[in-house]
Design a protein around this ligand. Structure first.
Ligand code: GFB
Length: 320
């Protein structure tokens, strides 16, 4: 007999082709969950309520993981502001409500550490949610993600649904987006330093002042954490203890300038770094307090330098 209580359940993984979803898919398959369903966006547009309802009525999943979202780095968030709020509100509302209508047994919703107030005390404890104003560059995305947390919480409170949210820190790894206009900082810097080295450039330009602090977690760690929580933590374990979601991160951060140094060493770029201060810094710091998830028995394992090396290998294999 298997020790995993959900091993036979039909799991619908929304967002299976993105960086996060594909890591969760790898982890579930490796752990032996083989009753997975997923659907590509051309077959199922999660923004369309009717389509999502039809899909759920037909597939009848027992567990739902919400890794589908419109995501991007600081510039994409600040530019496509309407799309970031609309798409994310629609996707999560459709998935959570359809789960309720179809009696899904368990749902885990993935948010982001940008839900916290811009100037909150550090490290960010779960209870700091909604205690002050948000960072402007990603306010639309953050408001949508906060709505997702509140959907889960209140579907539990009113209907008893076993739904809860986890808030990952900044993630990186295989299948990340390396488009310089829409990506997050870590893949952007890997690509910039790599291309500068290949083209014998004397400098690389990075955005902002280099002073903001960020925490980065390898996406396979997030996937392992999610699989662990799926098996071991139920909604009532959180809500009955006045916890409305769980942070998931490494608990360590570094400045963007330090990150740039680390990436330039890994890539082998020897030139200078130039700061383009016309670009925004975003929030000064967002380090998650991970003591709650650690107490529940889970810790991130991958060292940042090792994770960046693996990501660079993946990038090279795709780009050579
Ligand atoms: O990763 P990133 O785009 O997003 O930027 P956030 C982090 C920091 O890196 C900012 C700086 O201070 C950027 O100015 N940076 C330096 C760069 N060079 C670059 C570059 O070439 N590209 C990028 N993208 N940044 C996002 C949120 O915030 O993080 C989302 O907008 C989400 O909502 C996500 O929460 C995890 O960490 O500032």
């Amino acid at each position: 007999m298997s020790e995993l209580k959900y091993i036979k359940k039909k799991i619908y993984l929304a967002g299976h082709s993105g960086m996060v979803g594909s890591a969760i898919k790898r982890c579930l398959k490796k752990s032996g969950y083989d009753n997975l369903v997923y659907q590509s966006i051309d077959k199922l547009d999660l923004i369309r309520q009717e389509k999502v309802e039809e899909f759920f009525a037909h597939e009848k999943p027992e567990i739902v993981i919400v890794a589908a979202a419109r995501v991007g780095g600081i510039l994409a968030n600040n530019t496509f502001r309407a799309q970031f709020i609309y798409d994310n509100l629609m996707i999560e509302s459709n998935l959570i409500h359809s789960s309720y209508l179809n009696k899904v047994e368990k749902l885990i919703f993935l948010g982001s550490s940008c839900i916290y107030p811009k100037l909150a005390n550090q490290p960010l404890k779960e209870e700091y949610l909604l205690s002050d104003y948000l960072e402007y560059t990603n306010e639309p995305y953050a408001v949508a993600k906060i709505a997702g947390i509140k959907l889960c919480e209140n579907y539990y409170k009113q209907y008893g649904c076993n739904y809860y949210s986890i808030m990952p820190t900044n993630l990186y790894g295989p299948n990340d987006n390396f488009d310089l206009n829409t990506s997050h900082v870590l893949p952007a810097l890997l690509r910039k330093f790599h291309e500068a080295k290949m083209n014998n450039k004397s400098s690389v330009t990075i955005w902002g002042t280099g002073k903001p602090l960020r925490e980065f977690m390898y996406v396979d760690d997030l996937a392992k954490g999610l699989c662990y929580l799926m098996e071991n933590v139920e909604a009532k374990d959180l809500y009955d203890n006045n916890l409305f979601f769980l942070n998931i991160g490494t608990g360590k951060d570094l400045t963007i300038a330090e990150l740039a140094k680390m990436i330039s060493e890994i890539v082998g770029f020897k030139g200078d770094v130039v700061y383009d201060q016309s670009k925004p810094d975003g929030t000064p710091r967002k380090l998650l307090d991970v003591s709650r998830i650690n107490k529940l028995g889970w810790k991130a394992k991958t060292d940042l330098r090792d994770g960046i090396k693996k990501t660079y290998e993946w990038f090279l294999a795709r780009n050579n």
